[in-house]
Design a protein around this ligand. Structure first.
Ligand code: HEM
Length: 453
């Protein structure tokens, strides 16, 4: 991807200091709100249009926030690797999800982030993952066996299944249905609130619902924390209550609650979106569904941790689905000092965005990027390896997804059971209608014809 666009003079971004050879970020001339609306309506067309018109690094005034969109893996490398600590997560992500995911690990920066991440990491070691796999296996098998057949909205099924897995594996609690539904709703409200146009608690509005959701979640975790501190159990909630840093320091109750709320959120929607995309792609390409099924049928119904690597076809489908629709479509950062990206001057206070959705369709690395072609990830073609930031559905740098192995383990286990027990299809010509206003979800919840095999 090269910077070929015509640079519109911007009143949005300051010019580089005198004597510097850094370029001024070119900006869209039209109103920032219109730009934001165009971005949410169709982020693919939005990204393509900006690349063609303005080039790889471009700016906009988004509701008073100076935003730089820095496309391409080379820009992603500069921003996510953050060698001179010019970019911070907290002030950027806080703008979207701050009041709802207050002090979640992704919103912490630098030394504080390193300290918390070091402790949190202990909940995601290979031995911890094996334990979670054992916990989740029977429950997933049972739940998938009970799926309804006929016209089934897969997004809803995956959502409720991942929530149940999260409650069991992360919380070690089996909740009655009404309480699980309440938590589910609280999550949905907190996640959706971040992209509200009206960023004030107007009763009934998204922001207001988000704040209420956060309150429900806090009450729920504080109610359960004493029991978790009293007795060690093999779940994340318990691990966070008992884990110690190198000098014996522990997470406070507040830290535990903040991390739990964040991790549950981070695990829930991302996995649901990925499975929905995989189910969609395999419904549109029955040959891939069949190839994946054949591998699953060669294995035992009960999947062991060491079997995951044997599901190589499912792995290709997973990677390609994450490429075509990354559940976290972009990663924002805030410039905490004057800096530069790809030779453009980025003043302190700018919001800088790495647009995965655009990067994953970069024709420099991916052939026919709009085509579903899982083979592009085979060792022979390895298109994702053209640049270390070419394929980054899990992000990169110090904030790279801590749950990437957990997420893939859960997704593969659910799809393994689904493939063994069912076949599914969508009508000829069906195209999934997507809502990109928050994380990318299907407007119609992906209805498929689900048949027992
Ligand atoms: C397919 C599923 C998933 C995808 C695509 C995904 C994607 C991402 C991305 C892109 C980031 C980095 C955001 C940034 O740098 O701004 C991230 C961070 C994070 N993810 Fe995931 N995620 C997934 C599943 C999970 C799961 C299952 C968990 C927990 C079990 C999880 C926990 C986290 C946490 C805690 C962070 C913040 C890490 C930090 O800031 O140090 N994610 N994820």
């Amino acid at each position: 991807m090269v910077s070929t666009g015509t640079a519109a003079k911007s009143a949005v971004f300051a010019q580089a200091p005198a004597g510097s050879d850094l370029l001024e970020v070119p900006c869209a001339q039209r109103n920032g709100i219109l730009e934001m609306m165009a971005m949410r309506r169709d982020p693919f067309a939005f990204g393509d249009e900006r690349l063609a018109r303005l080039g790889q690094v471009s700016g906009l005034n988004a509701l008073g926030v100076k935003m730089v969109i820095a496309a391409g893996p080379r820009a992603a490398d500069e921003i996510l690797m953050n060698r001179d600590k010019a970019f911070a997560n907290g002030p950027a992500w806080s703008y979207f999800i701050g009041p709802f995911f207050n002090r979640g690990i992704m919103l912490l920066d630098f030394d504080e982030h390193r300290h918390h991440r070091h402790i949190l990491q202990q909940a995601f070691t290979p031995s911890a993952l094996k334990g979670y796999m054992q916990e989740m296996q029977p429950m997933i098998a049972e739940r998938v066996a009970d799926l309804p057949t006929g016209n089934v909205k897969m997004f809803e099924q995956f959502k409720s299944l991942t929530l149940d897995v999260a409650l069991e594996v992360f919380l070690g609690l089996e909740l009655p249905k009404d309480q699980a539904d309440k938590i589910n709703k609280a999550f949905i409200d907190t996640v959706r609130a971040g992209v509200a146009y009206v960023r004030k608690p107007v009763p009934g509005g998204r922001w207001w619902k988000g704040l209420r959701g956060r309150k429900v979640l806090e009450e729920f975790f504080y109610d359960n924390i004493a029991a978790k501190r009293a007795r060690e159990t093999p779940d994340l909630f318990s691990v966070l209550c008992h884990v110690e840093g190198d000098e014996g320091e522990r997470f406070t109750d507040e830290d535990v609650v903040n991390h739990m709320i964040f991790v549950l959120m981070a695990a829930h929607d991302t996995s649901t979106i990925t499975m929905t995309q995989m189910a969609y792609r395999m419904a549109k390409s029955p040959e891939w569904q069949q190839r994946a099924r054949e591998q699953s049928l060669e294995l035992n119904p009960e999947l062991g941790y060491d079997d995951l690597g044997k599901l190589s076809v499912l792995d290709l489908v997973l990677k390609e689905s994450l490429r075509m629709c990354p559940p976290v479509p972009a990663q924002p950062r805030m410039a905490v000092k004057d800096t530069s990206v790809q030779g453009f001057f980025v003043p302190k206070g700018s919001m800088v965005t790495v647009p995965q959705m655009t990067n994953h369709r970069d024709p420099e690395f991916f052939t026919n990027p709009d085509m579903f072609d899982p083979e592009r990830f085979t060792p022979e073609r390895k298109e994702d390896k053209g640049h270390r930031m070419a394929w980054t559905p899990f992000g990169g740098g110090v904030h790279k997804c801590i749950g990437l192995y957990f997420g893939q383990m859960e997704i593969k286990t659910i799809l393994h059971h689904l493939l063994r027990n069912y076949e599914w299809s969508v009508p000829e010509g069906y195209q999934i209608p997507m809502d990109y206003s928050a994380l990318p979800v299907p407007k119609d919840k992906l209805p498929v014809d689900l048949r027992r095999r």
